[in-house]
Design a protein. Structure first.
Length: 187
């Protein structure tokens, strides 16, 4: 399989799965509803995020517009970068797979931001909220801890797109030499 075809299959498959899960959550659960999946450890918890990671938002309408446009621009730049590397035959398979994960994650959340407000009738184009649903209560931070005492470790609620992006970014950090080549200067 060609690398460009593989990238397209990876990206489109992950975006499809992400959107199917989000649409299922949106059409079968009420906002704030929680379903226990694995005892007191894993939950499906339907929330909508109008900002960036961890619900951080800024600037209300103008901030949301800027965020949506930046998401589209960054995703477009990464797509261009990946397919340029492939065209120049400079992309190893690991790079193709990892950047495809990042792109799929970005596109999954961009679809929510651009269209969900229109589809579900609560906001105009570019102002939709991202659907999040996975919540893990990994372990409780001890009460004696000076930071976040009594709270659960990693309280974030996330989705498949977030998972793709996170795995991709961590892989880029771990295998950074595959992504950031140093060119030797010849004297």
């Amino acid at each position: 399989m060609k690398k460009s075809s593989a990238a397209i299959v990876i990206i489109s498959s992950l975006v499809f799965i992400d959107q199917i899960v989000k649409i299922w959550i949106k059409t079968t659960m009420s906002l704030g509803e929680t379903i226990s999946v694995l005892g007191n450890w894993m939950y499906i918890y339907f929330v909508e995020n109008e900002g960036i990671a961890f619900g951080i938002s800024f600037g209300e309408n103008v901030g949301k517009l800027i965020l949506s446009l930046v998401r589209v621009g960054v995703a477009g730049a990464i797509i261009y970068y990946l397919f340029t590397l492939i065209k120049r035959k400079q992309a190893e398979w690991a790079v193709v797979i990892i950047l495809s994960l990042v792109i799929a994650g970005a596109l999954g959340n961009i679809i929510d931001s651009l269209f969900y407000g229109i589809i579900w009738g609560y906001a105009p184009f570019l102002y939709g909220h991202v659907v999040d649903m996975f919540y893990f209560k990994l372990f409780k931070i001890p009460d004696w801890s000076p930071i976040c005492s009594g709270q659960y470790f990693f309280p974030a609620i996330f989705n498949i797109a977030d998972t793709c992006t996170t795995i991709g970014i961590f892989a880029i950090i771990i295998w950074n030499k595959k992504f950031f080549h140093k060119t030797e200067k010849k004297i």
